[in-house]
Ligand binder design. Structure first.
Ligand code: ADP
Length: 447
């Protein structure tokens, strides 16, 4: 096992990693920017290092500063958390060159699954269902038109290196396809330095389902079943749950197995999430693979009893997975609400600043992952998420009730949070029946 892990992240995930390290008997080094100087979780780390000014480019994504911090503290591994450098293969390679273990896949495996075109090819080989569309990067407009006519409009042009919804254009006809192709390329070139784009069928309505996979360096990959993350606004997930409601058990089994195969075939080590869309005829289609731990990992931990963050660290240290596929069973139902410092009554305007009141919910089956406390000031510089409320119940119905009550007990002020909206969602008939898709929340907000 490692002796000392440097955590290249902040907020709730930094705290989550500290907790996992404590259980494994590993020392922690937490890096921080001056905006996070007074954050209480820093006191729980064994060592802390200030790495720079608030802008992420001067701190949390500044690779050389993070590597230097690891070197001066004699850390033997770096856990990147999510966001920031977590899916940066250049950083993973830099760690390797400096003989620091990266808690995540090799740069090669990250590249294979992170590039959406190469990922799609690997997926087909692993019998993972993919969208109809181009096999490779699109060379020119004429090829784009041919592919679109073959699969039928609407189609979506997507960047191979895409992320954060950038480099995507939906086209309903040849004219918008031609302009979309150009602008998607330009956007991808400037955002990712890679203008390669491909085309696939666009689904008007779908659910977002993703499979959690864990893999070790001994050729084992095990899936931990799926999550439903359809409740989103502007592609940002707000509520996630596991297992996904109303999924055909046979299809679920097939895609979960295919997802594990895909990750194993990429010679991947660590936690991966295979994201898919599910149409109203129970057809799955691969979207992309995220090569890191995800914000919503706790719902899977709650239904499987597996500690995903601890397992990530164990496999990064070369240990085999401590379980086999047959040991993984789904127990009950879990829901997560992301508590963001945003005002849902005012178009989700950011609401940073000091927190005076922070009363946590409790009781059976209630978990809160947060770095905030009363007296904490939410800095304006980063993601607005200040915590995650996770509940577990024997059934989805009980989990929804439990979540509503927990949200009602959760008082945060004077900053605004997403809690009032989430209470409303727990009471909404469509949510309660599991009749949600990726446009559900935006429809509800408009109505
Ligand atoms: P990114 O990496 O930029 O987040 P994704 O491939 O994950 O890109 O897609 C982001 C979102 O765009 C999806 O969650 C979905 O809402 C929408 N989307 C992507 N591809 C399709 C598609 N073929 N049909 C319908 N919606 C899509």
């Amino acid at each position: 096992m490692f002796k000392r892990i440097l955590i290249a992240n902040r907020g709730e995930i930094a705290l989550r990693i500290i907790r996992a390290c404590k259980e494994l008997g590993v020392e922690t080094v937490c890096v921080y920017s001056t905006a996070d100087r007074d954050a209480p979780y820093l006191r729980l780390a064994d060592h802390t290092v200030c790495i720079g000014a608030p802008p992420a480019s001067e701190s949390y994504i500044n690779m050389s500063r993070i590597i230097s911090a690891a070197e001066v503290t004699d850390s033997d591994a770096i856990h990147p958390g999510y966001g920031f450098l977590a899916e940066n293969s250049e950083f993973a390679a830099m760690c390797r060159d400096c003989q620091i273990a990266f808690v995540g896949p090799s740069p090669e495996a990250m590249g294979k699954l992170g590039d959406k075109i190469s990922c799609k090819k690997l997926a087909r080989a692993a019998k993972m269902p993919t969208f109809p569309g181009s096999e490779d990067a699109i060379e020119d407009e004429e090829e784009a038109v041919q592919v679109a006519q073959k699969i039928g409009f609407p189609v979506i042009v997507k960047a191979a290196a895409g992320g954060g919804g950038r480099g995507m254009r939906i086209a309903h006809n040849i004219a918008t396809l031609r302009t979309g192709l150009k602008s998607a390329r330009q956007e991808a070139e400037s955002a990712f330095g890679n203008g390669a784009v491909y085309i696939e069928k666009f689904l008007e309505s779908a659910r977002h389902i993703e499979v959690q996979v864990l893999a070790d360096s001994h050729g084992n990959a095990v899936h931990l079943y799926e999550r439903d993350c359809s409740t989103q606004r502007r592609h940002q997930k707000l509520i996630e749950e596991a297992p996904a409601p109303h999924v055909d058990p046979k299809k679920r089994d097939e895609v979960c197995k295919a997802a594990a195969r895909l990750v194993r075939n990429a010679e991947y080590v660590g936690a991966a999430t295979v994201e898919m869309l599910l149409d109203d005829k129970q057809n799955f289609y691969l979207l992309e693979v995220n090569t890191r731990v995800q914000v919503e990992h706790p719902v899977t931990e709650m239904i499987t009893g597996v500690d995903i963050v601890k397992t990530q660290i164990m496999v990064a240290a070369g240990e085999p997975l401590p379980f086999k596929q047959r040991n993984i069973a789904v127990n009950g139902h879990a829901i997560e609400c992301r508590i963001n410092a945003e005002d849902p009554a005012n178009n989700f305007a950011p609401s940073p600043g000091p927190i005076d009141r922070f009363d946590l919910p409790g009781g059976p089956g209630v978990r809160v992952d947060t770095h905030a406390v009363a007296g904490y000031r939410v800095p304006p510089n980063y993601d607005s998420m200040i915590g995650k409320l996770i509940v577990h119940g024997d059934t989805r119905r009980i989990a929804i009730r439990r979540m509503e009550q927990a949200l009602r007990e959760f008082h945060v002020g004077p900053i605004r949070t997403t809690i009032p909206l989430q209470i409303e969602l727990m009471r909404d008939g469509s949510f309660q029946h599991g009749g949600i898709d990726i446009h559900y929340l935006e429809r509800l907000l408009k109505g």
